[in-house]
Design a protein around this ligand. Structure first.
Ligand code: MG
Length: 362
C-alpha cells in the first residue's frame, strides 16, 4: 500500500478538506525542539490561545476553588476510526466526551488538557482542522484548554491521530449526584434520540452499503445539564439523583450500570424511547439492537418523580433536548435488572453489552 492510501484510511470519506499537498507531520515535530515549537505556534497556539497556555510553563496554575466547591476530574482517550464522520470529528469528540463526563457528575466543567499522539505523515492541515473543531466545542461549552502535549510515532505505528483529554470542573458540596444514589420511584428521562453516533461512524466506514442522513449527536451537554439541575434543585433539595451519558455500550449498558450501582430494578418502555426512523431502519438492516448503539450527546437523568415534569420542561427547552422523554421508572423489585416493555406488550430482559459491538467508535 502506498503512503497515500494509508493516510486515506484514517481520514475516511468524510474528510472535509480537499486532497492537497499539505505539509506533513514528521518525527521531528515530536522532538521538543524547533519543529515542535513551530507546530505549537502554527496549530495549537493559533487556535487555543489563552493566558494559561501563554505562560509556556510545564504546567498550568489554576485559580483556587471556593470552600463551597469540590473538584471533579475525568479523563478519556479517543481513537475513533475514521477520524471524520457525519456530524463531527475526533477533535469535537475528544472535547465533548470529557466535558460530558464532568457535567453528568453535576459539575461545571472549566478546564481541559489535551494530549496528542500523531502519526508521521499526518497532514498538518488535517491536524489544524481537528484542533479548530476542539476550539469551537470548547468555546461553546465555555471551557479552556490549559495544557497540552504532542508526541509523534513512526509511520504505520499509529492511526493518524489519537487524542487524550482530561477535564476539571467544580461542583457545589451540597450536590449529591452519583450512580449509587438512585431510588425506587425515580423517573428516568432520556434527553433525546438514541444510536446516532454509532450509525454515523458506520456510515463513515462505508459499512452501511448505502447512504443515510444520520449525523452524529456529538455535542457538549454541560449547558443542558446545568438548566436541568437548576430546575430540579430550585427551592428545595436534590431532585436529580444521578445522571450518565450512554456512550459505548449504549442506553442498555448504562441502565445496567446504574441498576447494579444502586441495587434497584429498572423498567423502561420501548415505545417511549426516542429514536429516528433512519436509525431504526439501519439497525434492523444490520441486525443491531439500537439500545446498544453508542451516543455522544445524550444524557439519562434519574429524578424524584415529584419534580420530573419540571426537569423535563427545562431539558426540552434546550436545543439539544427537544426530543427528551420520560422513558421509564426505577422499581424496588428485580434489583440489578433492567426490563423493557416492548411495543408488542411483552417483557424483555435487557442485559449489559457483552464484548464489543463496534470497536473504535470513540
Ligand atoms: Mg460517561
Amino acid at each position: 500500500m502506498s503512503d497515500q492510501n494509508h493516510s486515506l484510511d484514517f481520514l475516511g470519506a468524510y474528510c472535509p478538506l480537499p486532497l492537497s499537498h499539505s505539509d506533513q507531520i514528521v518525527i521531528g515535530h515530536g522532538s521538543g525542539g524547533r519543529l515542535t515549537h513551530d507546530l505549537i505556534e502554527k496549530v495549537f497556539a493559533n487556535h487555543l490561545r489563552n493566558p494559561f497556555l501563554e505562560r509556556k510553563d510545564d504546567g498550568a496554575i489554576l485559580p483556587s476553588v471556593d470552600q463551597e466547591f469540590e473538584i471533579v476530574v475525568s479523563t478519556d482517550s479517543h481513537v475513533v476510526s475514521p477520524i471524520f464522520f457525519p456530524g463531527g470529528d475526533i477533535g469535537k469528540l475528544a472535547v465533548c466526551g470529557t466535558i460530558n463526563d464532568i457535567a453528568v457528575m453535576g459539575a461545571k466543567p472549566l478546564y481541559l488538557t489535551a494530549g496528542f499522539i500523531l502519526e508521521e505523515g499526518l497532514r498538518v492541515d488535517v491536524l489544524e482542522y481537528v484542533v479548530s473543531s476542539m476550539e469551537k466545542a470548547a468555546e461553546e461549552a465555555g471551557v479552556l484548554i490549559v495544557a497540552g502535549d504532542t508526541k509523534v510515532v513512526e509511520r504505520g505505528k499509529g492511526d493518524g491521530i489519537y487524542i487524550n483529554t482530561s477535564g476539571f470542573g467544580i461542583r457545589h458540596k451540597s450536590l449529591d449526584i452519583g450512580g449509587g444514589n438512585v431510588k425506587a420511584g425515580d423517573h428516568i428521562i432520556l434527553s433525546g434520540s438514541i444510536g446516532e453516533h454509532g450509525v454515523s461512524v458506520l456510515q463513515a466506514r462505508g459499512e452501511l452499503g448505502f447512504s443515510s442522513a444520520v449525523q452524529s449527536d456529538v455535542c457538549p451537554l454541560n449547558h443542558l445539564i446545568a438548566s436541568a439541575l437548576e430546575a430540579g434543585n430550585r427551592e428545595n433539595g436534590n431532585a436529580i439523583h444521578a445522571m450518565r451519558d450512554p456512550t459505548r455500550g449504549g442506553l442498555a449498558t448504562t441502565l445496567n450500570e446504574i441498576a447494579q450501582q444502586s441495587n434497584i430494578g429498572i423498567w423502561i418502555e420501548e415505545a417511549a424511547i426516542p429514536i429516528s426512523q433512519t436509525v431504526l431502519s439501519v439497525c434492523e438492516m444490520l441486525g443491531f439492537d439500537p439500545l446498544y448503539v453508542a451516543n455522544e450527546g445524550k444524557c439519562i437523568f434519574f429524578i424524584d418523580p415529584q419534580r420530573s415534569d419540571r426537569v423535563l420542561d427545562a431539558i426540552r427547552s434546550h436545543p439539544y433536548g427537544t426530543q427528551a422523554a420520560i422513558i421509564g421508572q426505577v422499581v424496588s423489585d428485580h434489583p440489578k435488572k433492567v426490563l423493557l416493555k416492548t411495543t408488542m406488550g411483552s417483557t424483555r430482559l435487557i442485559d449489559m453489552l457483552s464484548g464489543e459491538m463496534l470497536p473504535r467508535i470513540c
